[in-house]
Ligand binder design. Structure first.
Ligand SMILES: [Zn+2]
Length: 195
């Protein structure tokens, strides 16, 4: 797996979880994207969106699993919204509840002749519990490392996308160029039509 240093102290494993969490939130939750209404995926679309966000192509994601993943994504969104408002006490409380519900139980594991590595979920956890534990632990690690500003909500109107700010300066405000340009264009139009 890609393990590039990105200027923060969040280790590769947590960084990858955080990316997956953001992908899951953006794929399964939110009412608007880039200024347009965003219909909630249902049925087959929901299953495909969830599987893509987890990069899980082995058929483990069916509709009930995808619905549970959407609930996990909604909880994560609530946490990231709290973080973006700098309501850290609230975020910590929500995270502690998510950790408890996930029955996270760190243990060392090895597949075949791979090296030992840390799993956060209990050994008998199903797919959704595994992800819930992994995502909750990684967001909690980010919060504990005082780098919660790395995740944020797009500041553009009518966009609910969440982003990760990997820049050194931590100045990202929008989910991407589409929203950044949209806001710039609106400001330009407002100046031109002004008095
Ligand atoms: Zn946006």
């Amino acid at each position: 797996m890609n393990d590039e240093p990105d200027g923060t102290r969040l280790d590769g494993h947590h960084a990858i979880h955080l990316e997956t969490g953001v992908a899951l939130i953006n794929a399964l939750t939110g009412d608007h994207v880039h200024g347009k209404p965003k219909p909630a995926p249902v049925g087959h679309d929901l299953v495909r969106a969830a599987a893509e966000a987890l990069r899980q192509s082995d058929g483990q994601v069916d509709l009930p699993v995808a619905e549970r993943l959407r609930a996990v994504a909604s909880r994560l969104r609530e946490i990231i919204e709290s973080l973006s408002r700098r309501e850290y006490d609230q975020a910590a409380g929500l995270l502690n509840r998510m950790l408890a519900d996930s029955k996270a139980r760190p243990h060392l594991h090895r597949h075949g002749d791979q090296s030992w590595h840390l799993h956060f979920h209990s050994p008998d956890a199903d797919l959704v519990q595994q992800w819930t534990a992994g995502l909750a632990v990684s967001v909690a690690a980010a919060l504990g490392d005082h780098i919660p500003h790395r995740v944020g909500l797009c500041a553009a109107p009518r966009c609910d996308q969440v982003y990760i700010d990997a820049s050194q300066a931590q100045i990202k405000r929008f989910c991407g160029l589409a929203c950044q340009n949209r806001v710039k264009a609106a400001a330009y139009r407002a100046r031109r039509s002004g008095p």
